[in-house]
Design a protein around this ligand. Structure first.
Ligand code: ADP
Ligand code: ZN
Ligand code: ZN
Length: 724
């Protein structure tokens, strides 16, 4: 039998199947092959009787980790995202299976024989064997050590001699760390309310894609759990995806309590062995539920009954580095192959998801009410332009200052949220709130210090930097940078006795630190938590009754067509942190644009009102979901190289445009960030209507691949999250 094998090298030159001789093993098998002068792991993706090549080498069968469904998924991903075979296959198997070594490999652990006193053992070793005696004493003093470490420390000869003389005991251990602690939580059963019951029944008895729209605290998680439970009782399996940042010990503990060992949890805190163990439990059918961040969509489950994507609007579901893919499309494909229900849940659904629900392509399910007797906290919008004019130059408005004091007086806690994303980049007038925008796109311009220019990231149009507000003439027109550190400093002056915790990228370098800050705040060891996006999600702090949002509009002027959507999502989410339990919450939102529709609708949690306004804007300005933004990004160390590639690709895309009808937009330019990690970046940008997209994307990939810079690379992004 000829086996068609993809070898474990991620490179375009070997992105195809190679012929090997082998037994008739199933497709999806893992084999060991000689490739060049190396021995490598490979995956069988096809079989045939004859090969046009002679003198084929042999492939040695190892096991069959990949299912036929996953192979179908492979072809889908290859076509949709222009990925290499091996980059896709690697998504399906844990890293351990890419090792030549046996994945069941365990390390040998040595210890001095505990049944005899050390003196006796030393006597057995003999006076003259100094090195051996030294090694033995070391083992006794340290309660043992790994064989590999001993070999490195004392030499193989000495260690082997000890083993032969029978003075050490050996045991095989997994080289695993202690797993991430999950807080123990009681499984609490609740009676579903009518809305929840309807949602569960429709999902379990229905087909296709469901959009579960429910405000924070409306009981979505409860619906997910019931759906999973029902699927298990039908003998099916389930996948549940949550944003990585929501995989807190609390959430994990909740699922463990409810589903015990039938759940496998895949999160970034696992080491290779743990990941392999969880994968094996899913593959063998021992575990029937996979919970994890986006990569859990590739879990080796069969007979899937439901795929759930919580916080479906979250940006982390788009993989933005190789392999690039959109988790939602993958989920749709797998759900379709398995006849499973796909549930997208959110308090603030993605624009496109809600459009599809409103057009009937998805089934809309709504949980309009909060479970707890308190409704969502009231939001107050504070006009910072007014504050500035009346002489308050601090970053806290009077209202917020007073609210903080009152909250702390009552012994309750506050969270202050600072949106830092893209903060420094836009230009705003402090006197009148004016924002510099692109004339053609109505999107905020980004200030580029290196050229002292303002640029539009979508059409590339450039503007002179301004020093005076064109609207009111004020020179208070700047982009400032306020970080969490400065907030904490000012806060300390304001409330000298308060205990303050800070959470941002700097303070949470390790996952441990992240959980430590959260549990410390949860235990009321601090009064105020100041943080970035990180504190916006999924944490339940019953004693938090005040949430302050500083710079609520910072995300609004990030030059991105999704700015308003992101801002709406953010304020809804942050507001959801206040008054989760039995205490009424208060939210104070500081902004320089109090009349912006985001705040008008956001204040009252009016998602539908916001959606209608925003979707209309998207339609008029021709942004997604009414178009797809496609960017071809060329990079190289050599400017001429990258310019040549970009020009040639641009010509070919223009040709394609002439053949297929006009795109909404087509342009070629330097990328907004022209140089990154020593590479010069140029791009061809397109906006294509969805109806043309399916027919065009293959050609677009081909043009990109055909114009790879000689000394660089090219990749294509669809609706990228950011355009740097
Ligand atoms: P969401 O995921 O929409 O934010 P959750 O599912 O976390 O909401 O529910 C919020 C809280 O309400 C949780 O503590 C949950 O246990 C509780 N809860 C959910 N459904 C019910 C119900 N039907 N009866 C009582 N409590 C419920
Ligand atoms: Zn002004
Ligand atoms: Zn523009």
């Amino acid at each position: 039998m000829i086996l068609q094998v993809v070898v474990d090298i991620s490179h375009s030159d070997v992105d195809r199947a190679f012929d090997y001789l082998g037994e008739d093993v199933p497709i999806g098998s893992r084999v060991s092959v000689e490739f060049g002068k190396k021995r490598l792991i490979g995956f069988v993706i096809g079989k045939k009787q004859f090969s046009e090549f002679s003198q084929l080498k042999e492939a040695i069968y190892l096991d069959t980790p990949i299912s036929s469904e996953q192979l179908e998924l492979m072809y889908f991903l290859r076509k949709a995202y222009n990925l290499r075979y091996i980059d896709i296959l690697r998504l399906f198997v844990p890293a351990k299976l890419r090792d030549e070594r046996d994945p069941e490999y365990t390390r040998i652990f040595l210890n001095a024989d505990p049944s005899a006193p050390l003196e006796d053992l030393l006597e057995k070793v003999g006076q003259r064997a100094e090195k051996q005696a030294e090694a033995l004493k070391y083992l006794a003093a340290n309660s043992g050590q790994y064989l590999s470490v001993m070999n490195a420390k004392f030499g193989v000869a000495a260690v082997n001699a000890l083993r032969q003389k029978g003075v050490v005991v050996e045991s095989a251990v997994h080289d695993r760390q202690t797993p991430l602690n999950t807080l123990k939580k009681q499984d609490k059963r609740v009676e579903l309310n009518a809305d929840q019951r309807t949602a569960v029944e429709k999902i379990v008895n229905g087909k296709g894609v469901f959009l579960l729209h429910g405000v924070t605290g409306s009981g979505k998680t409860e619906v997910y759990e019931c759906v999973i439970e029902r699927m298990l009782s039908l003998g099916k399996t389930a996948i549940m995806l949550v944003p990585e940042i929501s995989l807190t010990p609390q959430v994990l503990g909740l699922f463990r309590a409810r589903f015990g060992d039938s759940v496998a949890i895949l999160h970034s805190g696992l080491n290779a062995s743990e990941r392999y163990d969880e994968w094996k439990r899913l593959k063998s059918g021992e575990a029937k539920i996979a919970i994890g961040a986006r990569s859990a969509i590739f879990a080796p489950l069969e007979n899937i009954g439901a795929i759930i994507i919580d916080e479906e609007h979250d940006a982390s579901y788009l993989s933005e580095s190789n392999p690039r893919y959109d988790t939602k499309s993958v989920a749709k494909f797998r759900a379709h192959l398995n006849g499973a229900a796909l549930v997208l849940g959110s308090a603030t659904p993605d624009m496109e998801s809600y459009l599809k629900a409103s057009e009937g392509e998805y089934t809309l399910l709504t949980l309009p009410n909060r479970i707890s007797k308190y409704s969502l906290p009231e939001m107050e919008v504070v006009d910072m332009v007014q504050e500035f004019r009346s002489g308050n130059r601090s970053m806290f408005s009077l209202t917020l200052k007073e609210a903080i004091e009152e909250t702390l007086c009552r012994g309750e806690q506050a969270m202050l949220f600072l949106n830092r994303r893209g903060f420094a980049s836009f230009i705003r007038c402090k006197e009148c709130g004016y924002i510099a925008k692109c004339e053609d796109c109505d999107i905020s311009l980004t200030y580029h210090k290196e050229d002292n220019e303002l640029k539009c990231h979508y059409c590339g149009k450039r503007y002179h930097a301004i020093t005076k507000c064109p609207n009111c003439g004020s020179t208070e027109i700047r982009q400032g940078k306020v970080g969490t550190e400065r907030v904490v400093e000012e806060l300390k002056k304001l409330c000298p006795n308060a205990k303050i915790l800070r959470m941002d990228n700097d303070t949470t370098q390790s996952k441990d630190a992240y959980f430590k800050i959260l549990s410390s705040f949860s235990a009321h060891e601090a009064d105020i938590l100041v943080g970035t996006q990180m504190i916006a999600k999924g944490h339940d702090f019953p004693n938090v009754t005040l949430v302050g949002i500083l710079e609520a509009d910072a995300a609004l002027y990030f030059s991105d067509y999704r700015s308003s959507e992101r801002t709406f999502q953010l304020i809804t989410q942050v507001a959801g942190r206040a008054g989760r339990a039995d205490k009424k919450g208060r939210v104070i939102l500081q902004t320089y644009a109090p009349r912006h529709y985001v705040f008008r609708f956001g204040r009252t949690y009016d998602y539908l009102g916001f959606w209608k306004k925003e979707i209309n804007t998207r339609m008029v300005t021709k942004f997604p979901p009414y178009t797809k933004i496609v960017r071809m990004l060329f990079t190289s160390e050599d400017e001429q190289d990258v310019v040549d590639a970009t020009k040639s690709a641009y010509r070919e895309v223009s040709e394609l445009e002439r053949k297929c009808g006009k795109f909404v937009y087509l342009g070629a330019a330097r990328s907004p960030v022209t140089k990154m990690n020593g590479l010069i970046r140029y791009q061809v940008m397109m906006r294509v209507v969805p109806e043309q997209y399916a027919a065009l994307i293959g050609d677009i990939y081909a043009i990109a691949d055909g114009n790879r810079p000689k000394k660089g690379s090219v990749f294509v992004e669809v609706n990228p999250q950011s355009l740097i």
